[in-house]
Design a protein around this ligand. Structure first.
Ligand SMILES: [Fe+2]
Length: 205
């Protein structure tokens, strides 16, 4: 058919080598549970804004500068950011992309995170530390959603390039990055275990 696909939305999807991920995830997990215990401000904020779960999003966001497992993770992510940038063909113009915030998320059964984007950042992402069976997907929305106006709806089950949203079922050791303007959500944890992840933003400084 004489059609062309234009303007792809490029997501970065990388898996750490299994042995490295297993060791790093054990270190991260133990730090995250300690953090959850001592971060009273974060627990209070989560009660109102992250119901049923815990995030340090509002309280402790410089983990990449404080704790060695997070510093190690940042080094690994920095390397992948370089590769992602080359796919995106962004011209940094003598400035740099810098990880400015890094926080943790613990999502027990039925906790979800509704549709949002990460304002003021350039790249955002999540590294998955512990992902039990059925603990939810990362779901991206078609960034043109607000522009369709008078278009008829798409068919049910369209081919891979045409859906309104795409779900990724992450695994422990997986790193997913996207441009910060891309809206996304985390679907409800329908399993029984807690899903644990580390999220971060990079800014153009
Ligand atoms: Fe997010």
């Amino acid at each position: 058919m004489p059609t062309r696909s234009l303007f792809p939305t490029i997501i970065y999807d990388h898996k750490l080598p299994r042995a490295k991920a297993r060791r790093l995830n054990a270190d991260l997990l133990s730090d995250i549970y300690i953090l959850k215990k001592i971060d009273r401000e974060g627990r209070d904020w989560s009660k109102k804004n992250y119901v049923g779960g815990y995030t340090s999003y509002s309280s402790i966001t410089d983990l990449h500068l404080r704790h060695s497992p997070f510093m190690e993770l940042k080094t690994l992510i920095d390397k992948e950011v370089k590769a992602y940038l080359s796919s995106l063909e962004l011209d940094l113009q003598k400035r740099k992309l810098v990880m400015t915030t890094c926080w943790v998320n613990v999502m027990p059964k039925l906790v979800h995170h509704s549709l949002h984007l990460h304002p003021f950042s350039c790249l955002s992402g999540t590294y998955y530390v512990h992902v039990p069976e059925g603990s939810g997907n990362l779901k991206f929305e078609d960034p043109r959603m607000g522009l369709f106006m008078a278009a008829p709806p798409r068919k049910q089950n369209p081919k891979k390039t045409n859906p309104y949203s795409v779900k990724i079922q992450p695994q422990a050791g997986q790193l997913i990055m996207w441009e910060s303007w891309l809206r996304h959500e985390v679907t409800a944890n329908r399993g029984t275990g807690q899903r644990v992840s580390v999220s971060f933003n990079y800014e153009w400084l």
